[in-house]
Design a protein around this ligand. Sequence first.
Ligand SMILES: C[S@@+](CC[C@H](N)C(=O)[O-])C[C@H]1O[C@@H](n2cnc3c(N)ncnc32)[C@H](O)[C@@H]1O
Length: 420
Amino acid sequence: MKYSVERTPHLDFAGQSYSSEYPNLHRYPATMIPQLGVQILKEFGIDDGVMLDPYCGSGSSFTAGIACGITEMYGYDLNPLAVLITRAKFTRLDPDLIHRAYRALRDNVFEELKQESTAESFIPEFSNIEYWFSPEVIKALATIRCHLESISDEGIRTLFSVAFSETVRDCSYVRSNEFKLYRIKPENVLTFNPDVYGVFFACLRRLRDNYINVYLRNLNNARVDVKLGAYQPNSIQHNVVLTSPPYGDSRTTVAYGQFSALSNAWLGVDDSRQIDTKLMGGCVVKRLYEEGVIAPAIMQIAADDMRRAYEVSAFYVDLARSISAVAAGVKQGGKAIYIVGNRTVKQVQLPTDQFIAEQFEAHDFRHVITYQRSISNKVMPSRNSPSNKAGSTGTTMHSEYIVVCEKNVRSPDLSQLRLF
Ligand SMILES: C[S@@+](CC[C@H](N)C(=O)[O-])C[C@H]1O[C@@H](n2cnc3c(N)ncnc32)[C@H](O)[C@@H]1O
């Protein structure tokens, strides 16, 4: 295949962040800035039809889709926190009901505080909870959770749970500037005494206002259906896939599961500490990926470290399988737009952009173009662990690739037509 890459400075969005146009309801790692999605959809004249994001994270592609006039969208993610955030952004709610539910929750929690009781049954069961939260914080979080769970409207409960999740993070001993679970220094633990109720209600007011003034206002007649799980083809055929898949396995690139583990546990997810093993490349198999454009890089890594080569291979096995499913769900003439970074392992850069194009071409697509943009504004770990050894780090990538492929249009087989 002839593979062309075009450097596109206008897609860098230098100096812009996510929140410079769209307030985020919850932090999430490696988000796509919606402005990028909007620009790409516009450049390809995509302003209607059905959109899919098979790894939707916090739902930025849907923000872009809505801004461009798309009204039917489907999202999937294996991380329950991602699904919660995306559902909260794009579920249509009545503002009066939100204000009423806010006041009721505030009054109920206030009444509860006079009782001195502990909502014991709302404390999640996970080992070493005291390592991450003080007893006072655990008690306050359990009280809030107890009253959150009694909200009968599912949409409002989902929206308010996003503020709860941010509160869990902010009131824990987790270092706020890391995606992985690292605890703050012991001397800081001693003096860390957050006002959990104050943090929660301030976060809830901010979230409520951003939801009503931005997300609800823009939603118009759009419908976004988000499911927890990996995408599997179904009866729906999509006109466009706009997505940013993970760049590699969570353990050595971006730890989506670890980032979300405490929130997920407090939100009632049973296996909250196991999520990274379910994500792409999370389950290592002893098989090298020996086909196509990725093979030389894998062989180079294997020559140095066979275990790392297996780990890296596992990611591409999963990505290939996922692309095969996604490709089946795209209409003829439809587009797959994947935004991805090429990470480096053992000083070997992995051409993930070309791999994606190659996989789509193997499933009846043609590669249209790949754009290259600089990612100075993306919230990523500034250093990663390319050798996967503790303490050994390298800088993460500075470029991102936007791979655009189009599903071939087959002319009808006239020989099969019966003439009457
Ligand atoms: C780069 S993030 C997506 C970020 C998103 N574009 C946003 O702006 O928030 C990749 C997402 O893929 C999810 N993921 C990883 N493996 C997956 C799989 N096999 N199926 C579905 N989602 C997966 C992760 O949980 C993560 O949320």
